[in-house]
Design a binder for this molecule. Structure first.
Ligand code: FRU
Length: 558
């Protein structure tokens, strides 16, 4: 009898507890597309359930009647793909009101209340970002979770390489642009750091750059609001946190695509220069204080490739010549995004290209090499660049979920000539040699393959499921090609299966090929050819066949 009563009491208690925890996150449905949720900030995070195929809902976070944050989230309607963490602890112990407006076909009258997200949303002290992805590279930089595109604001200071990046903290597709941050002391092992710069009333935070100015680090980025304008933020703690300048924006224009500022100190004119993308040209400015900018000139009309918008410029002096990097999307040699560049002269006011206007030079002949920019203040006058290893044609669809996109391995740039023309040489940074491990007999999913080449060569990497990547060096034609048409999963985009071909500018003696789970980066060891391609084999390539060359395979230490 006593036992039965106790049992009943326990059942009632359990029901009350369930009801209580459920009522804590029961939404107020206000219309067919509008709901509010009151959340007690009793934990660190509100975990938001995401379903990628749904449309974005517009979320306003309200504390003390003030709108403190806005974001777009693809809330789960009938199935949760994954969760993303909304930091609510930063609002102290205050109640947080989450105001959600849904869009799209799924919100028809009466349905919003049945969306799975209400049941699945919860407050938690932890967010599990341990890796769940087979295709997560081991020695390339990736975000722990969420979406990443362009590398931003890269600089070197006091022995630390800083890498910021275009980050969506609330989903693994492009949205809510924010600057994520990672640091490294060897360009191979990256430590995730707290978010560096968040959207504000001027807009989301698009691509930009950092410079070191005495002890400070100054970031200049595009505020992507109703229009694209340029803003600055200053860090007094080596780039860990930034204070936005109260006079933002510092540079405006009526050109709609006006973005990706990249400044550098130019001792020739004893002032700062800035290059940024304006439609299909690059604008150049100068300044004494990084705040007020004088327009100097534009470069690009009728030069190089104009198959798309010009983005993410960089301007640097390499071996006495000036090199202007110009990322372009679309218009790449094999469709979509790619990095072109121009070699010439720059006097602090105007860039003059030394080639004929129609000459187009590509830095990397793969399909997955974009938004390449260099580290500011790299040691020993080095020009170290990193590219985003994807392509806007399918970046949002590649077969990963917890995160999307990786960056390329670091590369050091130089110059070489072929005939009358100067070209940029691209070599894996010396740090990659330090990562070389023991020799192994067969390729692994994380290895470097060094191929000594005599004449023409064909190298095939394949797996147990018959998937393969074929790399061909044609000595007569002086071309290198990579065929990924049968490389594995390509179901996510018709633009993915492709053969990419590069000129080799002379004979290749040695190739260095870096494999890391979902990518292959092939380099002429002398730097005259680079090719970066993603691959998604259903099981790792563990077979190798080489005709016309001798391959040595090294494990990569990570
Ligand atoms: C290049 C780019 C930049 C822009 C950013 C937005 O990939 O389109 O021009 O600043 O991405 O995320």
């Amino acid at each position: 009898m006593l036992f039965a009563t106790m049992n009943r009491l326990l059942t009632i208690l359990a029901a009350v507890l369930v009801a209580f925890s459920a009522t804590a996150l029961v939404p107020q449905i206000l219309s067919d597309n509008h709901a509010m949720l009151r959340v007690d900030a009793t934990g660190k995070y509100l975990l938001l359930p995401v379903q990628e195929k749904e449309e974005n809902a517009y979320v306003r976070v309200i504390v003390d009647n003030e709108q403190v944050q806005t974001l777009n989230v693809r809330f789960a309607v009938d199935k949760v793909d994954y969760y993303v963490p909304l930091d609510i602890q930063r609002f102290g112990n205050k109640k947080v009101l989450v105001d959600i407006s849904f869009h799209g076909d799924r919100r028809t009258t009466g349905v919003v209340k049945d969306f799975v997200c209400w049941r699945e949303m919860r407050v938690s002290n932890t967010f599990d970002d341990s890796n769940r992805e087979r295709f997560r590279p081991a020695y390339h930089h990736t975000p722990a979770y969420g979406w990443m595109n362009d590398p931003n604001g890269m600089f070197y200071k006091d022995g630390v390489w800083h890498l910021y990046y275009q980050f969506n903290p609330y989903g693994s597709q492009w949205e809510n642009m924010t600057w994520g941050h990672s640091t490294s002391t060897d360009l191979i092992h990256w430590t995730p750091q707290p978010i560096a710069i968040e959207p504000d009333a001027l807009g989301t935070i698009f691509s930009g750059s950092c410079v070191t100015n005495g002890n400070d680090v100054v970031a200049i980025y595009t505020s992507a609001g109703q229009n694209q304008t340029q803003s600055i933020a200053i860090s007094h703690d080596n780039g860990m946190t930034f204070d936005k300048y109260e006079g933002n924006p510092v540079l405006t224009s009526d050109v709609p695509d006006f973005r990706d500022p990249n400044p550098f100190w130019n001792s020739d004119i004893n002032a700062w220069n800035l290059i940024l993308a304006a439609g299909q040209e690059m604008n150049i400015y100068s300044s004494k204080d990084l705040k007020s900018w004088k327009y100097e000139s534009s470069f690009g009309k009728e030069y190089g490739n104009h198959g798309g918008v010009w983005e993410c410029p960089d301007l640097m002096k390499i071996d006495g010549k000036w090199v202007l990097l110009c990322n372009i999307n679309p218009g790449g040699p094999f469709g979509g995004s790619a990095t072109q560049y121009f070699v010439g002269d720059f006097d602090g006011h105007k860039f003059t290209c030394e080639s004929m206007p129609k000459v187009t030079k590509w830095m990397d002949y793969g399909k997955d090499h974009y938004a390449t920019v260099s580290f500011y203040n790299a040691p020993a006058g080095r020009h170290v660049v990193i590219a985003w290893m994807s392509n806007w044609q399918y970046a949002n669809q590649v077969p990963t979920r917890q995160f999307r996109s990786a960056n390329s391995i670091p590369r050091d740039l130089g110059l070489f000539t072929d005939g009358e023309e100067s070209y940029v040489s691209v070599k894996p940074s010396p740090e990659m040699l330090a990562a070389r491990g023991v020799k192994v007999k067969k390729p692994t999913e994380t290895c470097e393959i060094v191929v000594d080449v005599k004449n023409s060569m064909e190298l095939t990497l394949s797996n147990a499921n018959g998937e393969q990547v074929v790399m061909t060096y044609d000595a007569a034609k002086q071309t290198f090609a990579m065929d990924r048409t049968a490389s594995g999963d390509a179901s996510f985009s018709e633009a993915f299966p492709v053969v990419t071909v590069a000129p080799t500018h002379g004979a290749i003696k040695q190739l260095r090929i870096f494999v890391d789970r979902c990518s292959i980066e092939a380099f002429d060891a002398d730097g005259k050819m680079a090719m970066t391609n993603l691959v998604f084999p259903t099981t790792p390539y563990t077979n190798i066949k080489v005709k016309g060359g001798k391959a040595t395979i090294y494990q990569i230490n990570y």
